[in-house]
Write a new protein. Structure first.
Lengths: 210, 210
């Protein structure tokens, strides 16, 4: 299998190939954009994902055209992007965005073993809501068989990021950064069970306006 | 030019083709993921964008390989995704994500007129920081000429979204939604100018934890 060369020519000072950093960015997010080709045309779809050290996992209906393509082994690309802030310069054309993004190149294949599928769902819930795994119903084999799980080996990747203030600064207008943070709002209960402690902790840990 | 058929077969109850809704979603965001094909392989990159009723605009260095491809007229796809919440069901396999996403299909071309480029930068700053346009230095013709601006005609699109609680509910464990909101943090000043009122208002309007 040929490994694709990942070229980050422009703004090369923004590029990084550090695998630890790749893992850090992948492991603190859960939404990606998957790019693939179908009948010669490009497609991009947002997907829930989880990763371990070697693979990125996604799931969907086995009847889904998209899942069939993503799991079918043709080259795909997975982008995970964090937006950290809006950078304001005095000059209209020098405003910028602070961000960190990873682009992963690989090929997908289907996970068929129910035990391995279960592990993926456990990874997902541990990513989304730590503590929930002890407070949920586990799926039956039939339920696991009714879901398609795709794993994508991380063949190659590129990290790009920008941080700090405007590159060219002046005192003509206010310059600086508007930080962007993702927060969790007040929990919306849909049944009469009391809100578990792990959920209150999760929301509290995601309510940082500094 | 052939218009691509956009099929949303799976979860078709989540799909919508309402142009007003397309415009609403496009106009309240500013980061997209652009998919394209280069030498037979799929690529996805995050980009800053702005839109009007007909076009999506992006910009970059005229020497950038990506900008050349995106502006070169081959079919591209633009995804804009909002994540609204994590949906917790009692069953591990019925957890879900509330979201709204648009996928736009089109072809890019370059904007060459400096006046039209200036309009795009004005659209961008009005999207990012309303009020800033009266408190910024406008670019010279040379500056405008040194930036490549691409416009993509909205040929076709699809909207997908999910809202509400888990599809199958039970009283076995807590069920509900963890809302996800994007907030702006405390402004980081990089010069000695006082923080303008429009910036204080912007941050205050993006600090909603309910």
């Amino acid at each position: 299998m040929d490994i694709r060369k990942v070229k980050v020519v422009r703004y090369s000072e923004r590029a990084s190939y550090d695998r630890d950093e790749l893992m850090k960015i992948l492991s603190r997010n859960f939404i990606c954009h998957v790019g693939f080709i179908d009948e010669g045309e490009p497609y991009v779809i947002p997907m829930l994902y989880v990763n371990d050290d070697q693979y990125i996992y996604m799931h969907g209906s086995p009847d889904s055209r998209l899942i069939k393509i993503i799991g079918g082994g043709s080259p795909i690309v997975i982008a995970v992007t964090e937006i950290h802030g809006i950078v304001l310069s005095s000059d209209l054309c020098n405003n910028s965005i602070n961000y960190a993004s990873v682009i992963v190149y690989g090929r997908g294949s289907f996970v068929n073993e129910p035990a391995e599928k279960l592990r993926v769902f456990q990874l997902i819930i541990n990513r989304l809501v730590p503590g929930r795994i002890g407070d949920t119903d586990l799926p039956t084999i039939d339920e696991l068989n009714s879901v398609a799980v795709v794993k994508v080996k991380i063949e190659d990747f590129a990290i790009k990021k920008r941080e700090g203030g405007p590159k060219i600064s002046s005192d003509k207008h206010w310059e600086g950064v508007i930080p962007i943070v993702i927060n969790y709002g007040k929990l919306i209960s849909m049944n009469n069970k009391p809100i578990p402690r792990y959920l209150m902790d999760l929301v509290m840990n995601h309510q940082q306006i500094t």
